[in-house]
Design a protein around this ligand. Structure first.
Ligand code: BV8
Length: 244
């Protein structure tokens, strides 16, 4: 990695008054959590994640989609935060910072980050699809989503599917962070999913410096002032002091 770029990025972090961090699936790759586009390994490789992560797919094939989420829950439950997650938890103790994530794996929280803005929900949350408002579950048939004993509504994962609006409070907090920061740090995202992918551009338009950390080219590289082409677990601990 270019040492000059690393030195400059270090300086920008040290000078920053208000940091907005946006993370994507890549920050959890070194924890063994497949990124979204390769989340379909093995059994799932014949499906398109953007097809499965929709209400329409869930209504059409509830058991299949529910099992996909149960499979991902097992994977993520066994995962541990990596040095990148821990470095961001340290940064929040050094600087005024808002951590916004597209991830649903909860690894930032496991690393000690607080007030994490989860734009796309959380893999371990559930809620009712439809539902009578007084829903109570019956023991689910293995492999099937739990159903309400009263109205028969299905339980669904508490995540944001494609075509669904983002949680209002999370969206508001993320927009505010992008509009009010002087440094935007983008870690481990392809920058392909909106409206999250628009946030670094908002930060840039408001005068912020933008640093992208990603071992591969991403759609946000053209917005970046500095691109650090390295894995997050190696790069982030180099950008600010870790002992606090
Ligand atoms: C919505 C939860 C409207 C579910 C997810 C323009 C504006 C608004 C919307 C749209 C728009 N254009 C298109 C849309 C629709 C759509 C969209 O963006 N589609 C894309 C595919 C074009 N957006 C939506 O549907 C959103 N909703 O707009 O609603 C609306 C408004 C009002 C009322 C009703 C509706 C909802 C989007 C949220 C979808 N849910 N997740 C689940 O996970 O099952 S998105 C999911 O995919 C992830 O959460 C994540 O956000 C995304 C994947 O992106 P990444 O995180 O970037 O992961 P990816 O695998 O792509 O890339 C990983 C990167 O890491 C790579 O670059 C790789 O190089 C890098 N990497 C690898 N290893 C490392 C690394 N980096 C660092 N270190 C490493 N070691």
């Amino acid at each position: 990695m270019d040492s000059l770029a690393l030195e400059q990025a270090r300086g920008w972090v040290a000078e920053a008054r208000q940091i907005f961090v946006l993370t994507g699936a890549g920050i959890s790759a070194e924890s063994g959590v497949p990124t979204f586009r390769d989340a379909l390994t093995g059994l799932w490789e014949r499906f398109d994640p953007e097809e499965l992560a929709t209400e329409e797919a869930y209504r059409r094939q509830p058991a299949l989609v529910w099992q996909w989420y149960q499979h991902r829950r097992e994977l993520v439950a066994a995962a541990r935060p990596n040095p990148a997650h821990h470095a961001l938890a340290v940064l929040a103790r050094l600087k005024s910072m808002t951590l916004v994530t597209q991830n649903i794996d909860g690894l930032h929280q496991k690393a000690g980050s607080e007030q994490v803005v989860e734009l796309h929900g959380n893999l371990f949350a559930n809620k009712w699809l439809d539902g009578c408002g007084r829903c109570d579950t019956v023991p689910p048939i293995p492999g099937d989503p739990p159903r309400c004993a009263i109205c028969g509504a299905m339980m669904r994962p508490g995540v944001v599917w494609f075509g669904e609006d983002l949680p209002r409070v999370a969206r508001f907090r993320a927009d505010h962070a992008a509009e009010s920061c002087d440094l935007c740090l983008v870690v481990g995202t392809s920058g392909l999913v909106y409206p999250a992918a628009a946030l670094p551009g908002v930060a840039k338009e408001n005068g912020a410096r933008v640093i992208v950390v990603n071992p591969k080219p991403s759609a946000l590289d053209e917005t970046a002032d500095i691109v650090l082409p390295a894995p997050a677990g190696e790069c982030l601990p180099l950008l600010w002091p870790q002992a606090v």
